[in-house]
Design a protein around this ligand. Structure first.
Ligand SMILES: [Fe+2]
Length: 153
């Protein structure tokens, strides 16, 4: 039987693995839109999406490394990411800049809400590394959603 502490560690590691999966799929979607966005907002959105996917890459790396501090294997394949993630992948067909913004705005807001739940769980078990990561991620997602929304017609 697991000790209580080990059980908590496991639960925190699982939430971080889920976070990593979500963020990876959102990062790829943001990079996809950086490549494929068209229209009068092209330059602004191309640049904005670039800065957002680059920030996500840093967060993804931090998340995986915190998972490793628990001696738990970090997920690292799309197969694993897709098993746990809620984030929908980008459609295959080209979509409008407005549709890209709507999708990403929703994704960032839903990530922010889910991460608040994970952060509360990490607070309960006193996992300060995870709490700090979640705080920074929530700030990032709230800001990203606002910047994207502010471009909408
Ligand atoms: Fe680029």
């Amino acid at each position: 039987m697991q000790t209580t502490a080990a059980h908590h560690t496991n639960k925190t590691a699982q939430a971080l693995a889920k976070t990593l999966s979500e963020e990876y799929l959102l990062m790829l979607k943001t990079q996809n839109f950086h490549w494929n966005v068209e229209g009068p907002l092209f330059f602004s959105l191309h640049k904005l999406f670039e800065s957002q996917y680059k920030e996500l890459i840093e967060f993804i790396d931090d998340t995986a490394e915190i998972i490793r501090t628990y001696n738990v294997k970090s997920p690292g394949s799309f197969r694993e990411f897709q098993k746990t993630a809620f984030i929908d992948e980008a459609p295959n067909d080209l979509i409008s800049a407005q549709q890209m913004m709507d999708m990403l705005n929703r994704d960032h807001m839903s990530m922010s809400a889910r991460l608040k739940e994970y952060m509360e769980d990490a607070e309960v078990v006193g996992d300060s590394n995870a709490v700090t990561l979640y705080e920074d991620l929530i700030t990032f997602h709230d800001k990203a959603a606002w910047m994207i929304r502010s471009h909408r017609a």
